[in-house]
Design a protein around this ligand. Sequence first.
Ligand SMILES: NC(=O)c1ccc[n+]([C@@H]2O[C@H](COP(=O)([O-])OP(=O)(O)OC[C@H]3O[C@@H](n4cnc5c(N)ncnc54)[C@H](OP(=O)(O)O)[C@@H]3O)[C@@H](O)[C@H]2O)c1
Length: 310
Amino acid sequence: MPPLPTSILGRTGLNVTKLGYGAMELRGVDHFPRLSQAQASAILNGVLDGGINYIDTSPDYGYSEQIIGEQLAHRRAEYYLASKCGCPIEDPEVPHEQRKPHDFSRANVRAGVEQSLRRMRTDYLDVVQFHVSPARSTLEQEDSVAELLALKDEGKVRFIGMSGTIPELADHIAMGCFDVFQIPYSLVEREHEALIHQAAMAGAGIVIRGGVSRGVMVKDESVIDEYPPFLQPAFRARRQRWQTTNIDDLLDGASPMEFMLRFTISNPDMSTTIVGTANPAHLAANVAVAQKGPLPADVYAEACRRFPVD
Ligand SMILES: NC(=O)c1ccc[n+]([C@@H]2O[C@H](COP(=O)([O-])OP(=O)(O)OC[C@H]3O[C@@H](n4cnc5c(N)ncnc54)[C@H](OP(=O)(O)O)[C@@H]3O)[C@@H](O)[C@H]2O)c1
């Protein structure tokens, strides 16, 4: 099996596989099915056995952190572990719409990181990102970054990051304190591309989420109904964009999922893309695709031309 291509996660210096793993699908609440021990073991050990070395999760993802702790604590040296902060401290069973709001106070940032350490049975997190793109003014009012830096001094956190989106992302980059940015991006969602480049030029590592656009190009349209209503219009628009743009001549035998994933991996500013799946066959397919590396430069350029940034 050829190794997965890697890149350096910006100024962290971590050598990460360009295909990472997003652990949100392990949630086990809302519309995400609860995995058995055997299913959880198969997918997470499959991630590491497939050569992936970067795992992203969040206290907001139901049972995800606990499952990572249960299944992978004994293999901790084999992966970089990223989670989020500012999330409410809640029982994993609480459904998404009933959770308390995010809280970026120093006390809640610390409580969340310490909960993540306990849940994932580890002494340190490689990356902790502020979740849900809080405004710079909120972070400054709460002095939230200082708490992550204190946790870094204590050795509980190695690098700090931001899960950021428009319109706050430009401010986050200007703050100059973040080692890593997690940003949505794909062939059908290129809105953040210029800011991704700006963050990378400033020396940050770039973690892409949504790199296969949640599979909306290949899944039945009804899956979109399972998402919270505020997310549905964007998913429908991306699916429609895919369906109304002809790229048959560019596919060269690739499936839509393969083309989407290789497109994301082709972005020169990307360090890793954290694709989520609870399905071992999908994981294996994604690993095989990532092993092929980026698209040929001319195909990438033509795909960019056909899916222009709005
Ligand atoms: N605000 C934030 O910070 C934030 C928000 C959202 C997500 N995230 C992070 O980003 C990660 C990625 O999540 P995302 O929402 O961006 O989704 P994504 O990775 O674009 O897509 C995940 C979806 O794609 C499907 N999929 C994956 N590989 C497939 C394949 N080979 N064939 C068919 N379907 C496939 C999965 O379904 P199957 O299970 O059926 O394979 C899953 O439903 C999350 O796990 C999480 O870590 C962060």
